[in-house]
Design a protein around this ligand. Structure first.
Ligand SMILES: CCCCCCCCCCCCCCCC(=O)SCCNC(=O)CCNC(=O)[C@H](O)C(C)(C)COP(=O)(O)OP(=O)(O)OC[C@H]1O[C@@H](n2cnc3c(N)ncnc32)[C@H](O)[C@@H]1OP(=O)(O)O
Length: 188
């Protein structure tokens, strides 16, 4: 993902070195939370990854999908090709990874809305097998907003325009403090 190359809002790069203001070392989580603290709606063009290691769009996650997503007039768009790492049945993408692509794409709509939100529910309709090594166009848009709830829709289509999958989800708008819960994570 060539993050931070879009024309819209450019979150601060995630730093793990000394912060300029307080000269205290800043963890990756601190830096990420700070960069996301005051979201503003993005304009059209390439959108930055949620984080360098995001499983959906981070370029530094070797097990990730590395989605590359653009803001469009209607919402967001990505052209994606699944590979062997996402295989379910031979030659066919695992449904859970197709769902991950939709979920992450929905996460890019937040740049358009200018809010932080998380997935509360996600439904995928698998209309046709999603083949490995084939380009699919994923698009997503916000259907409605009701209070803290964002109802979002998406589809994935083949180059001939046939839909292979659709998805809808409810995202709940959260305060940046929601992500402080990640501080409890300990990994080797
Ligand atoms: C601009 C910058 C952008 C950058 C963008 C970065 C963001 C960051 C992205 C990271 C990457 C993304 C990648 C993909 C997106 C994930 O992967 S997000 C991760 C997966 N999701 C989660 O971990 C969420 C876990 N769940 C939770 O933490 C809590 O359940 C929630 C969602 C915060 C809600 O809890 P709560 O605040 O206690 O709220 P609760 O009272 O249960 O419900 C809130 C409201 O929603 C309603 N509601 C609840 N469930 C439902 C439902 N299923 N249907 C309809 N309504 C519902 C409730 O009725 C209530 O309505 P109101 O009474 O407010 O009108």
């Amino acid at each position: 993902m060539s993050d931070a190359q879009g024309q819209g809002r450019q979150p601060e790069a995630v730093k793990t070195v000394d912060d300029d203001t307080d000269r205290q070392p800043m963890s990756t989580l601190d830096a990420w939370v700070r960069s996301m603290a005051h979201p503003e709606p993005a304009s059209l063009g390439r959108l930055p990854a949620h984080s360098p290691t995001c499983a959906g769009c981070g370029s530094e996650n070797p097990a990730g999908l590395a989605l590359v997503v653009d803001a469009t007039e209607d919402g967001v768009r990505a052209v994606h090709r699944f590979d062997r790492r996402q295989e379910g049945a031979p030659g066919i993408a695992h449904g859970g990874l197709v769902a991950a692509a939709f979920d992450d794409l929905f996460g890019f709509l937040l740049y358009r809305v200018g809010e932080l939100a998380v997935t509360r529910s996600l439904t995928v309709e698998y209309l046709r097998p999603v083949l490995l090594g084939t380009d699919y166009e994923f698009t997503a848009k916000v259907r409605t907003r009701e209070g803290r709830r964002l109802h979002v829709d998406a589809s994935a289509v083949e180059t001939d325009g046939r839909r292979v999958a659709t998805a809808d989800a409810t995202f709940i708008i959260v305060d940046v403090d929601h992500f402080e819960q990640g501080r409890a994570t300990t990994l080797p």
